[in-house]
Design a protein around this ligand. Structure first.
Ligand SMILES: C[S@@+](CC[C@H](N)C(=O)[O-])C[C@H]1O[C@@H](n2cnc3c(N)ncnc32)[C@H](O)[C@@H]1O
Length: 348
């Protein structure tokens, strides 16, 4: 221990030259390993200090930190969420607003969104991509709902992809729904590969919304449909340059907790889709429909099983739990919106 402390001090005083001079001495071989350990420890301490500082100041993450953080966050928290809430990691559909069958409310949200987007009216989709699939609840529901359809889900979290495939096997749909780790901003699919691109509460994680929209438009076939259900900030008024500082502050805190980049509005999505040549664009604000959800999540997190699970899941999950209160505040103040956007890719 003392030797390790000494090495840290030496490294601090001498920087990398300290390591170089050691390697030239006769003690080089035995000490080199310890110096490596010390440097690693030092790096760990420094990066922990940086993380705490950035967290306190609610600093925006780099794209790389964000991507790693998202994978880490969902690897760590998905089991706890599934234990308490089941296989769907999204809001519920609260009509009537006093319903308490929360898991069914989540399933109803999928069905109501599909209905709202007009999917039930036309030819049922055959090939579906579930972008930001969580543990695959939507995909498995969709392949059961539309006969003959298949779904491929992508997530940044290896835990989620494995669990998604495991649940598909358990539920007897592994020939129709599969999951893999891949980046929505660089999807491993051919152009025009799907009839339906489904993104339920993953768009808020994307640091480059233009690339996100671009990729959705690329993988959907002409005549195919895109559905994006996502957390947005309110639309800006005409001539209003940005959100207020107070609003920005709430969002910045939520971003640290949930590994989110800067937010955009539903208006921004519509503009991006228009630029990409999307047609039949439709939008709606369902904030009032999902409103009771966060209260229910907060209530569920207060039971013994959740508290123990929370403590076991580590700092990022605990911070995520605290941010639930901020989400509630954001929805109540009107800065956060639960936005629905759908469109089709121009047919040939
Ligand atoms: C809140 S969860 C929603 C999961 C799922 N859609 C559901 O409703 O159950 C957000 C998901 O987005 C995924 N995600 C975030 N950024 C992503 C990216 N760049 N590429 C792929 N998936 C991403 C996360 O890994 C996670 O699975």
């Amino acid at each position: 221990m003392t030797t390790r402390l000494h090495l840290i001090c030496l490294l601090l005083l001498n920087g990398s030259r300290g390591v170089e001079s050691f390697t030239r001495s006769g003690l080089a071989n035995s000490i080199q390993g310890r110096a490596g350990n010390a440097a690693t420890t030092l790096f760990g301490v420094r990066s922990a200090v940086r993380r705490v500082r950035d967290s306190v100041l609610s600093r925006e993450r780099t794209d790389k930190d964000l991507k790693d953080g998202i994978a880490f966050f969902y690897d760590r928290s998905s089991k706890l969420w599934e234990d308490v809430w089941g296989e769907h990691m999204h809001h519920g559909y609260y009509i009537p607003e006093d319903r308490t069958d929360h898991v069914q409310a989540q399933i109803d949200l999928i069905d109501e969104v599909l209905k709202w987007a007009g999917v039930d009216e036309g030819e049922p989709p055959k090939r579906v991509v579930d972008v930001g699939c969580g543990i695959g609840g939507s995909s498995r529901h969709i392949v059961r709902k539309y006969e003959g359809s298949t779904a491929q889900g992508i997530t940044l979290s290896p835990y989620q992809a494995n669990r998604g495939n495991e649940l598909a096997r358990e539920q007897g749909v592994s020939d129709k729904a599969s999951f893999q780790v891949a980046d929505a901003l660089n999807m491993p699919f051919e152009d025009n590969a799907f009839d339906l691109a489904w993104s339920l509460e993953s768009g808020e994680h994307m640091p480059d919304k233009k690339k996100f929209v671009n990729e959705l438009m690329r993988v959907v076939a002409p005549g195919g449909r895109i559905i994006i259900v996502t957390w947005c900030h309110r639309d800006l008024e005409r001539g209003e340059p940005s959100l207020s500082r107070k609003e920005e502050k709430i969002l910045a805190k939520i971003n640290r907790a949930y590994y989110l980049p800067k937010w955009c509005s539903v208006d921004d999505y519509v503009k991006l889709l228009e630029k990409e040549g999307a047609v039949n664009i439709k939008r709606e604000d369902w904030s009032y429909i999902i409103a009771p959800f966060w209260k229910a999540v907060i209530k569920s997190s207060l039971n013994m099983k959740s508290v123990v699970g929370l403590l076991k899941s580590g700092f990022s999950t605990i911070r995520g739990a605290y941010a639930m209160l901020l989400m509630l505040k954001g929805f109540n103040s009107g800065v956060i919106k639960f936005g629905l956007i759908t469109c089709t890719k121009k047919g040939e």
